[in-house]
Design a protein around this ligand. Structure first.
Ligand code: DAH
Length: 346
């Protein structure tokens, strides 16, 4: 019986072939592994009567050697044919083109804003998105009960997950917080732009989102005046929206500036004549600004008798809408390549 099995396997082994490394490995496992067919025959061999041991032992050893030999031979053959194939590879062939992405419209506009202001001496400063009450509100002259601090507006962060204790850790609701960080760490003259993402607890719709982007500007020096602010903003508006652009400043209120203003530009769609975009007023609002309140300078350790300054803050989405007419804010964060591809040539 055992002799037949050995003869049978010998026949199989002499015929065996493998087209690739996986098939070869399967053959090795089939015959030579711990549970392989040849190993099984060796186990059976233990029970063979003494007078047959010599003959069958020799046959079995021959079977094992031939199998190992054949497997090695096949392995060498495979390696040789692989080398031959590698020689056939045409390494000069032009590769398949890599699909290049496009720059996000918000990045394009942020870079353009930075570029325009860098030409009049502004550099970029960044600050944390997870902030504390002091830098976002307290040092910026917000009264303790100011509604901006309200849970309806600001995302507060729980210090321990699931434990809602009052906390002063929050997601910044404006980039004005970077002003306080810069003013407490640098000496005037200061001329910085602070771009970044901000968060507000708003229901998501075509016109509002729970996060958006701002660029804040801050200039502190001796004798900075409101005329300097107006001149810088007029220069920016003309560079951004074209040389014929006009600006107008309307009185407004922000806790951290005094006086404060809201700035409109002449509608760049109808040229100021009045259209549905500007609600027939000829003007569209683009930013808030003002002279830095002396209380803010003092809370940041800057002598308000020696120094004055201006600040402004704008929404990047708003400017992008004006430039590229994006009607739905949600498009900016949906990652739809059909939307993003439209900015390929910008
Ligand atoms: N922080 C204001 C906001 O988020 C924008 C702003 C207004 C920034 C006036 C300023 C400023 O620096 O002077 O609505």
């Amino acid at each position: 019986m055992l002799k037949d099995s050995i003869q049978n396997l010998l026949g199989q082994v002499r015929e065996m072939n493998a087209a690739n490394a996986e098939e070869l490995e399967a053959l090795r496992i089939k015959y030579l592994s711990k549970k392989g067919e040849i190993t099984t025959l060796f186990n059976e061999f233990r029970t063979v009567p003494a007078e047959q041991k010599r003959e069958l032992g020799q046959l079995l050893n021959q079977l094992r050697q031939e199998t190992e030999g054949r497997i090695n031979e096949l392995r060498e053959k495979l390696a040789e044919s692989q080398e031959a194939n590698a020689e056939k590879l045409d390494l000069t062939r032009t590769p398949d083109p890599i699909a290049l992405g496009t720059r996000h419209p918000l990045s394009l506009v942020r870079e353009e804003i930075i570029d325009i202001f860098s030409r009049i001496g502004f550099t970029v400063a960044e600050g944390p998105e997870v902030e504390d009450d002091k830098h976002v509100y307290g040092m910026l002259n917000f009264a303790p009960e100011h509604p901006a601090r309200d849970m309806q507006d600001t995302f507060f962060i729980e210090k321990e997950i699931g434990v809602q204790k009052p906390t002063d850790v929050l997601l910044r609701s404006h980039t004005s917080s970077v002003q306080t960080r810069v003013m407490t760490s640098q000496k005037p003259p200061i001329r910085v732009l602070c771009p970044g993402r901000v968060y507000r607890n708003e229901a998501i719709s075509a016109r509002a989102h729970c996060f958006f982007h701002q660029v804040e500007g801050l200039y502190i020096d001796k004798n900075v005046s409101f005329a300097d602010l107006r001149e810088a903003l007029l220069y920016f508006s003309k560079e951004m929206f074209g040389p014929e652009t006009k600006i107008r400043l309307r009185p407004s209120y922000f806790p951290f500036t005094e006086p404060s203003a809201e700035m409109d530009i002449s509608c760049n769609i109808c040229g100021g004549k009045g259209c549905s975009f500007c609600k027939n007023t000829g003007w569209v609002e683009i930013l808030g600004c003002g002279m830095v309140d002396p209380n803010v300078l003092e809370s940041c350790g800057i002598d308000s008798k020696e120094y004055s300054g201006y600040a402004f803050g704008m929404g990047v989405e708003r400017i992008t809408n004006l430039k590229y007419r994006v009607k739905d804010l949600r498009l900016f964060s949906e990652n739809d390549v059909r939307f993003l591809k439209q900015f390929e040539s910008c």
